[in-house]
Design a protein. Structure first.
Length: 162
């Protein structure tokens, strides 16, 4: 096969570990690099949860630790976030705003049913960047081992990610 392999990076923010688990599986299936986005604001415990939801709802940015990997060196950047107040976590909003990306794929994990609104917000924030795929994982999907949704997402982004 003469076509060059797509070079992908999975970046994610995870407060409870659910988004991290999904990101690690996506990275494994894509054979890609992975990087966790670190929010420098303390988000643990009930207070962190409440203020995190408020910050997400108000579309606030936050301070994040400078990522090691340059997203411009990748053909595709897969961006993962937990849903907070039906939208992306402030750390991911900050990453999207601060770093240029050639092409993206988006995914979220949600405790409840999830939200199409979250993808609309992510697309709006990312601007004119082409989005190769979207994957919304509800609490039910996560408990059922992603219900086959993960494989469809991977197949689609491999097809359109090049």
């Amino acid at each position: 096969d003469v076509r060059s392999k797509m070079k992908a990076l999975v970046v994610y923010y995870s407060r409870t570990g659910k988004t991290k688990a999904a990101a690690e599986l996506i990275a494994k299936k894509l054979n890609s690099d992975i990087e966790e986005i670190i929010d420098l604001k303390k988000r643990s415990g009930i207070i962190g949860y409440i203020f995190g939801g408020r910050d997400a709802m108000k579309k606030y940015l936050t301070q994040i630790k400078k990522p090691i990997k340059n997203p411009l060196k990748y053909d595709l950047v897969v961006i993962g976030t937990p849903l907070w107040a039906s939208t992306m976590a402030p750390a991911i909003r900050t990453y999207i705003k601060k770093f240029k990306i050639k092409k993206a794929a988006l995914f979220y994990t949600a405790g409840g049913s999830g939200s199409k609104k979250a993808f609309d917000d992510m697309r709006e924030t990312i601007g004119s960047v082409k989005v190769a795929g979207e994957l919304g994982l509800s609490g039910k999907d996560i408990r059922s081992g992603y219900a086959g949704k993960m494989d469809v997402f991977i197949k689609n982004i491999k097809k359109t990610g090049k």
